[in-house]
Write a protein that binds this ligand. Structure first.
Ligand code: GUN
Ligand code: ZN
Length: 465
């Protein structure tokens, strides 16, 4: 069954046209499986024509403009690089209030900082405040789609989806399922009840506008076998509608040992999830740092997405992602980038690429910027099974765009003049990535973030068509 959300053909009677002009970069093919040089399109002076929130046409300005004599409104971004909006395949918005807490190993860090913070999300006002701040951070960093953990409580899910709707952003989230091995104030009070609440929220939010639902068992150690079984049954019932299964896998040695001790019948960590029907083509697993060959094979054959969270790997120091294993020809997986806020230390996907290079180098494997920016855009979309919808600047795709400012700082401008090729420039951008690198962010064709505007972030509904 094709349950992708497909590109929509142009409507000849559609709304007004709008143009976004400037240097543009978008991926066509996967540079992990094709020559890097031919995997992307670069338009030195590009034009994207937008109608009804979608890209109607894109290419070199001089090739595209003759077909649109009526196109009056063109926003021209000089000294910039326009890219598809970045895709964050794994983040915890509920950890925003404790990002940057003094580190420790994963399990200690969860107990000490994360769980007490997440317990506060029973309170809708608190959840609303954090959701607001989360979107202000992601959008000002050029991120237009995020696959996000909320936490146990209904309020934490509603708050994020409601804020996402105000920007008309594409967000994937859902209630986190966790019914053991956590403090009582965070634990699901009833296993059956946790699934009923999941079904209720799924019915309310999945495919409402651009919102998509994920069933989220936090990780195997914090769910009883019954909760994983019920989650797997629900996932299998809704897989055909593009509902996701989002969780953590193989992040740290002691986490893996703990998981296997709780599920001794499983062959490996992946098999714990597999036995409950949780491994499928809309499954996205975060981390995957210490993965056995059999697991890679299974994740690949099932078509799972893998979220590489490099700044989190470095922050917690528990394990490093090995992109060569994940993309090996024998069992290639669809890999995207995750910020993993708040174990990750930045909301910027571009900054994650700088860290991804360092994580790869720890294993002696350089990771070039072409492959990095692919993972940040089209590759991330593929990991989320949305590669026909977002992540590319091509006709039919949703008009989510990030405008990278090549003169964001005096030093960046100066340094870039010594970078000759596109891959070199991209590598400098990801390595230096200053705070104000993003000049503007478009969500479904509307400029919701503009660094130069008095109110830099504006809800989509408050902007003119
Ligand atoms: N594994 C289970 N929960 C978490 C979490 O909140 N953060 C990270 N990094 N790993 C996890
Ligand atoms: Zn995580």
């Amino acid at each position: 069954m094709n349950n992708n959300i497909s590109p929509i053909p142009a409507n000849p009677d559609g709304g007004p046209l709008k143009g976004v002009r400037g240097a543009m970069l978008t991926f066509r093919d996967d540079p992990f499986r094709n020559p890097a040089e031919s995997s992307y399109d670069y338009y030195a002076d590009g034009l994207a024509v937008i109608q009804d929130g979608r890209i109607l046409d894109a290419g070199e300005y001089n090739d595209v403009i003759p077909s649109y004599p009526g196109l009056r409104e063109i926003e021209h971004h000089e000294d910039a690089l326009i890219m598809p909006g970045f895709i964050d395949c794994h983040a915890h918005y509920v950890q925003s209030p404790m990002i940057g807490s003094y580190g420790d190993t994963l399990i200690n860090w969860l107990n000490r900082y994360t769980f007490p913070t997440e317990a506060r999300f029973r309170d809708k006002d608190f959840a609303d405040e954090v959701a607001r701040m989360f979107f202000r951070q992601t959008l000002s960093n050029g991120t237009t789609t995020a696959n996000v953990f909320s936490t146990t409580f209904e309020a934490s899910v509603n708050a994020l989806f409601e804020e996402s709707e105000r920007y008309n952003a594409r967000t994937i989230t859902g209630k986190v399922l966790q019914d053991r091995n956590l403090p009582d104030n965070l634990k699901d009070p009833s296993t059956e009840g946790s699934l009923l609440l999941t079904e209720k929220l799924l019915a309310k939010w999945h495919r409402r506008g651009r919102q998509l639902y994920a069933i989220i068992p936090r990780f195997a150690p914090t769910s009883t076998p019954l909760q994983l079984k019920l989650a797997g049954e629900l996932y299998q019932r809704h897989l055909g509608e593009g509902v996701y299964l989002h969780s953590h896998l193989d992040e740290a040695e002691n986490e893996i040992e703990w998981a296997l001790s709780l599920f001794p019948e499983a062959e490996d960590y992946t098999d714990i999830y597999d036995r409950f029907g949780l491994i499928g083509h809309h499954t996205v697993m975060a981390h995957c740092c210490i993965v056995r060959p059999r697991e890679w094979k299974r994740l690949s054959e099932a078509g799972c997405g893998v979220a590489h969270c490099p700044s989190s790997n470095l922050f917690l120091g528990d394990g490093e992602f090995k992109y060569r294993e994940a993309t090996a020809e024998a069992h290639p997986c669809n890999v995207g980038i995750g910020t993993d806020v708040g174990a990750g230390t930045s909301y910027s996907v571009i900054r994650q690429l700088g860290e991804a290079y360092k994580v790869a180098m720890l294993g002696g494997n350089p990771l070039d910027a072409i492959r990095g920016f692919y993972m940040a855009t089209r590759g991330g979309a593929r990991a989320l099974r949305l590669e026909d919808t977002i992540g590319s600047i091509r006709p039919g795709y949703e008009a989510d765009l990030a405008v990278v400012d090549l003169k964001a700082t005096e030093f960046l401008e100066w340094r870039l003049q010594f970078a000759d090729t596109i891959p070199e420039k991209l590598f400098v951008l990801q390595t230096l990535a200053p705070d104000n690198l993003i000049r503007a962010t478009y969500v479904a064709g509307k400029k919701v973030f503009d660094r130069q505007r008095a109110h830099s972030l504006v809800y989509s509904s408050e902007l003119p068509l």
